[in-house]
Design a protein around this ligand. Sequence first.
Ligand SMILES: [Fe+2]
Length: 392
Amino acid sequence: MTAIRHFPTRADLDPGAFEALVKTPTRAEDWPLAERVEAGIPIYAAACARDCLERDDSETNARRRALLEEWHHCLAQGPGVLAITGMVEGAVVDRATETFLALIEAERGIGQRGDHFAAAGANDRLWNAFQKHGEADPDGFVCYYANPVLALVAKAWLGPGYQLTSQVNVVKPGGRAQLPHRDYHLGFLSEAQALDYPLGQQVASQYLTLQGAVAHDDMPLESGPTQLLPHSQRYAEGYLAYRDPAFQEVFARHRVQLPLAKGDGLFFNPALFHAAGDNDSQHRRRMANLLQISSAFGRAMESVDNARLIRKCYAALTTRFQRGGWTPQTHACVDALAESYPFPANLDRTAPRAGGLAPESQRELLARALTEAWPETQLHDALACLARARCA
Ligand SMILES: [Fe+2]
């Protein structure tokens, strides 16, 4: 039997090993295409990246490949985070900022808007900003995303065929820091849910998403730019560890912050420990467009209409359930029939849900229907309601 635990628990965590890992120095000579290294983070100039995109000759292609290589290595085995200065032009950012603020104002009063990670009122959050931005200001949106440097960093981590989503976060003066965490996928699951995924899946999941942020305001340290823990993405058991007080102490001892200027981009491995910082300024708003870029591989080969399948099979499933209750066979059948993953979700309609970050999945809904002996009409209505709630 190997010593590696494929289903680790908190008892397998080692804060000492984690601390040794995050004390790895980031050496400038390891990141030759970066302009400089600051706070342990390689910083690249967008102008340098654009130079690698201008022509299609062998020398330019070789430079582009070298940059892709360096960025991927930085995000995977290096510090896990990089910054790109001057990635989006100031006027383009300002136009998008105006659109975001107008959208936030329009949503205020529609209903209670929640945030997964902050107390009510400390910040403004615009879910699915990508869609709303494009629909509200198509010309501005096209200018914003006609950005080959953004495309290049996405390809460096995910290859071609990626898909963009974004959420805007505005932290007001006085807004308090988040607790350190990891991001989507497993960062949106409860610890109990994460424990059921073998370690290989936990580690592999980091390769399915690139986390990014575009600074929409200048972000000096007093405004609380994101606290980051370079090299922490390499701690394999990190999805189980980030809630542990001993790991939070390591985070507090070694975390760094990088001041950003408007239009700068910050990109990190979703497994990197991080937290939005304290906004200690008197008047400084801190707006970021948080980009979440997903791998093309996060999809099934065929599309299945699970809701239709559930409606067809509900009577047979109910008969089985009434005979034996929650047997392993019934569990297996429910797992096979229904979508067990609650994402992609519409977070305006579903966030935040008490007791967790993830909305209810189709599988959980079907389980409720069986346990509570819903009639078919009630199940049909609930499935339709869930489908509507998931639509953009
Ligand atoms: Fe986060």
